[in-house]
Design a protein around this ligand. Structure first.
Ligand code: ADP
Length: 226
């Protein structure tokens, strides 16, 4: 469970990126965060990743105040969360297989585990036929599917995706959203930010709408209203 308790984030120039934000995300929920550019969406994701600290208020993950975690515990905490970004962030000189395997190596998995898990997770994102291609040989939608496979291969509790379909055409967008739904159905909490009305209307899941650092709507089966 993720709990934001009256979180305010002020930057040095007095910008309030978040302004008294309170909400809870339950395990296995699928939550979209929408809002105009600058509304505070990315700041929420950075708070969950402990990349930013609140100016006031607290963020809890499974009842632990994550901004009180000792630095040596932070890496372990962050392994509970997989991340996907708009710009894919693949390693250009590694193949599909190697990009995903690298995430397992860093987490300390054995070669046997890597050989068995990587093809399996790439099947899950329908990329079993592109194991040995490099990123420049993949379409944007395929690159994002590699990034998703990399994000979930260590079985995180939560998958965070910041504008994951921002660089994709409508068909790839639809495929990616289907994959997020599948991952959620398998038991992972999914939190994504998006500007895409079609994505929200297709998902029919919870939508948190932000404006100027505040939550202005929180709908269980939301539509895109801005
Ligand atoms: P969104 O993801 O909804 O576009 P952000 O969370 O990135 O919005 O930003 C919210 C507000 O905080 C914006 O006004 C942005 O300019 C400001 N902001 C974000 N990061 C910084 C920073 N490092 N320093 C100063 N202001 C920032």
């Amino acid at each position: 469970m993720i709990y934001f308790d009256k979180v305010t984030k002020k930057y040095a120039d007095e910008t309030r990126a978040l302004d008294g934000v309170t909400f809870t995300i339950e395990p296995k929920e699928f939550v979209s965060i929408v809002g105009h550019s600058g509304a505070g969406k990315t700041t929420i994701l950075k708070m969950i990743l402990a990349e930013e600290t609140p100016s006031t208020g607290s963020v809890f993950f499974e009842s632990v105040n994550i901004h009180d975690l000792a630095p040596r515990l932070l890496n372990g905490y962050r392994r509970k969360i997989g991340t996907v970004f708009q710009d894919f962030r693949l390693l250009p000189h590694k193949t599909t297989f190697e990009n995903v395997a690298f995430a397992m190596e860093v987490a300390g998995h054995t070669d046997e585990e890597i050989e068995s898990d990587v093809p399996h997770v790439l099947e899950l994102v329908d990329l079993g036929h592109k194991l040995w291609n490099f990123p420049h040989e993949l379409s944007s939608g395929e690159k994002q599917r590699v990034a998703i496979a990399r994000a979930i291969v260590n079985q995180p509790d939560v998958l965070i995706a910041d504008e994951p379909t921002g660089n994709l055409d409508p068909i790839s967008t639809f495929e990616i959203v289907q994959i997020f739904k599948k991952i959620n159905d398998l038991g992972t909490t999914v939190i994504l930010t998006t500007h895409n009305k079609g994505v929200i209307d297709f998902l029919k899941r919870r939508v948190i709408t932000m404006d100027a650092g505040k939550i202005i709507r929180d709908d269980k089966h939301g539509h895109y209203i801005l």
